[in-house]
Design a protein around this ligand. Structure first.
Ligand SMILES: C[S@@+](CC[C@H](N)C(=O)[O-])C[C@H]1O[C@@H](n2cnc3c(N)ncnc32)[C@H](O)[C@@H]1O
Ligand SMILES: [Zn+2]
Length: 414
């Protein structure tokens, strides 16, 4: 497969930790199920299994405990979307918010070419000064300059015009130099985010509004002060949501431009799902639940043909913490009760076995896990009544040559 094909717009818009390659998932769906079958992913994350199931004309059932995962999955799969309306509503948001936001990024320089006003697209902090990349909105010229901190920095309290998640304490077990969520942004970016959030929430069509909220959420990490230039000098590395830290040399990006880029990706993603899923998506073919999979009382016994999933690996990746900032902006609850890992997995496997049809298969994707961990998973699955079939060696990353494992199990005899 060509590298370009590995990265499909439908999975490019919003990052999600642990997202698995769609082409590996597609192969498993084709191998273990047929069109019309029902496929369950009880740890659905950003919804790759669900979306590929719909594309291959299977029915998709998704469960995740995290509301952000459910939100991303839902928006990734929903189809068809009126692209014309989406573009129209973007223009409405732009009419309300774009100029107001650009004003916040005005810089002292004028455009070398046309004398027009310039606005910062990107500002890197250097010791005592700032490296600006500014854009002229008249003639689209980009200009680099160095200015002193005092020419640009906003000092003290300025009024943030609309709502934002204020005074929310970040999870205390996460290290870093920032304690409050709103301090992850410069005052300038916080103001821009609040204007944008207010404007996009005025969009009337509920589904289209949700898509704009997805674009907003996808741009939150780039809007924060946690991004730094790459050591090589070219480009930048993004925020790490497992450590809330603002380095001295952080880069500040223009919130409107980041959002507009995400919107372009959203257009591509939804045009693609329109083509691939179209009106196959409906209440019968797609069901999504925000719940722990330890109790899937919403699913009846013997109703699922195939389970394909990528479970959390003990506490290796803190999905819950990594989505904290997005949950706060999107207005989802913050606290859940988690069962300790082996107990949770035992309960989930019991439920998987209950809802699976006899002779149905279960494939468990395990990326970067130890032999001991795989053995524990097998033991838990075995004690729930599933029978071991085989382990495949697959590359579950996007790079070359990495060997991961997929464990295949069956309900009933092999
Ligand atoms: C490895 S990620 C899945 C990523 C997914 N394969 C993708 O492509 O995006 C594991 C997911 O399990 C979810 N999770 C953790 N505990 C859960 C539970 N008890 N019930 C349901 N989901 C849970 C997490 O919120 C996370 O989204
Ligand atoms: Zn110009």
């Amino acid at each position: 497969m060509k590298n370009a094909d590995k990265f499909q717009p439908r999975y490019q818009l919003h990052e999600y930790p642990g997202r698995k390659p769609w082409y590996v998932i597609r192969n498993y769906i084709n191998e273990y199920s047929k069109p019309g079958d029902t496929i369950l992913d009880p740890f659905c994350g950003s919804g790759v299994v669900l979306c590929e199931s719909l594309i291959t004309r299977r029915k998709a059932l998704g469960v995740d405990i995290d509301p952000v995962a459910v939100f991303i999955s839902g928006m990734t799969c929903i189809s068809p979307i009126q692209i014309k309306q989406l573009k129209k509503d973007f223009q409405k948001i732009a009419a309300k918010a774009k100029d107001k936001i650009y004003e916040i990024y005005a810089v002292p320089d004028l455009c070398d070419r046309c004398g027009g006003k310039m606005f910062a697209s990107r500002v890197a902090r250097l010791p005592g000064e700032l490296a600006l990349k500014a854009t002229c909105l008249e003639c689209n010229k980009h200009q680099d300059s160095i200015i002193s901190l005092s020419e640009w920095e906003i000092e003290g309290d300025i009024e943030i015009p609309y709502w934002y998640p204020k005074d929310i304490k970040l999870p205390s077990d996460i290290q870093g130099n920032i304690k409050y969520l709103h301090k992850l942004y410069t005052i300038r970016n916080l103001k821009a985010l609040s204007i944008l959030w207010q404007s996009l929430n005025l969009v009337k069509d509920e589904i289209i509004r949700e898509l704009f909220r997805l674009c907003f959420s996808a741009n939150l990490s780039k809007s924060s002060s946690m991004n730094v230039p790459k050591k090589t000098g070219k480009g930048w590395t993004s925020a790490d949501y497992e450590v809330y830290n603002i380095p001295d040399n952080f880069i500040e990006f223009n919130v409107w431009e980041g959002f507009a880029n995400k919107f372009q990706l959203c257009l591509q993603a939804k045009s693609q799902t329109n083509d691939l899923i179209g009106d196959y998506y409906n209440y019968e073919t797609f069901k999504l639940f925000k719940s722990s999979s330890e109790k899937m009382s919403f699913l009846s016994d013997d109703s699922v043909d195939y389970v394909l999933t990528d479970p959390p690996y003990a506490d290796l990746v803190k999905y819950h913490d990594r989505n904290f900032v997005r949950r706060a902006w999107l207005g989802y609850e913050h606290e859940y009760k988690f069962s300790i890992y082996p107990v949770m997995m035992k309960n989930v496997f019991k439920e998987i076995t209950r809802v699976l049809k006899s002779e149905g298969y279960v494939s468990i994707m395990l990326k970067d896990t130890s032999k001991e961990f795989r053995r524990d998973i097998l033991e838990i699955a075995g004690s729930s009544g599933l029978v071991y079939d085989k382990t495949d060696r697959r590359n579950l990353g996007y790079g070359n040559k990495h060997v991961d494992h997929v464990i295949n199990l069956k309900k009933g005899k092999i």
